[in-house]
Design a protein around this ligand. Sequence first.
Ligand SMILES: [Zn+2]
Ligand SMILES: [Zn+2]
Length: 255
Amino acid sequence: MIDSHCHLAGEEFSGDLNDVITRADAAGVKSALCILESENGAEVSRAAVIREAWPAARFATGVHPHHAGPFAGEPARAVEIVRGALEATGACAVGEIGLDYHYDFAPRDVQQAIFRAQIDLAAERNLPIIIHTREAAADTFRILRESGCSRAVFHCFTGDLAMAREALDLGFSLSFAGIVTFPKAEALREVARQTPLDRMLCETDAPYLAPVPHRGKRNEPAYVTRVFETLAELHGLTREAMVARIRANFTDLFG
Ligand SMILES: [Zn+2]
Ligand SMILES: [Zn+2]
């Protein structure tokens, strides 16, 4: 299994990284895609520590919409920082990038400019993007269309069926996190049921969003197994068959 989105370079894991990786391995989770904040030098440099401890780990980096504010009026500066982080870490994707109108930590026009600039950088480098979007679906789709973006995954997808269809129609993938295991998430399980098998990924978004029965604790890559099991159940497949599918999807998108 692979955890397609986690933040292992975050402070939350600095004390027991090796134990976290050992538990992942014991659970059958053999790799993870670690998201690095490009403008956070300490986090970017921890990629080397993770690679040393977990050679199969992969990386993606970008400027999160929460951190777009300091780049107001300077999208080119953001791009140069992301470019540097991509090169320093050998990242296989630009992300997570996007729009977050729930928290609005940065002005919306600034979030949009920084999102757009990073989509263009990904196109220039022939890399897929990892999208974070919250309460901003219309602007997210508008910008993706205008940019001609064709390779992307919506991480931690929690949208409704209409939003899922729009993303799938544009050729994008949907990544499901532990939320799909929550008792009240029947609508999201229906979205997962209707998502084609070749367009889905599984993630933890660790340290956030622990699945049942770990809710409320720090999340970690080992717990992605529950997401695989839930998706397998929804599609009437064995876990092994779902794992093989998602491995192929991951390789298709990230190489
Ligand atoms: Zn996110
Ligand atoms: Zn994330």
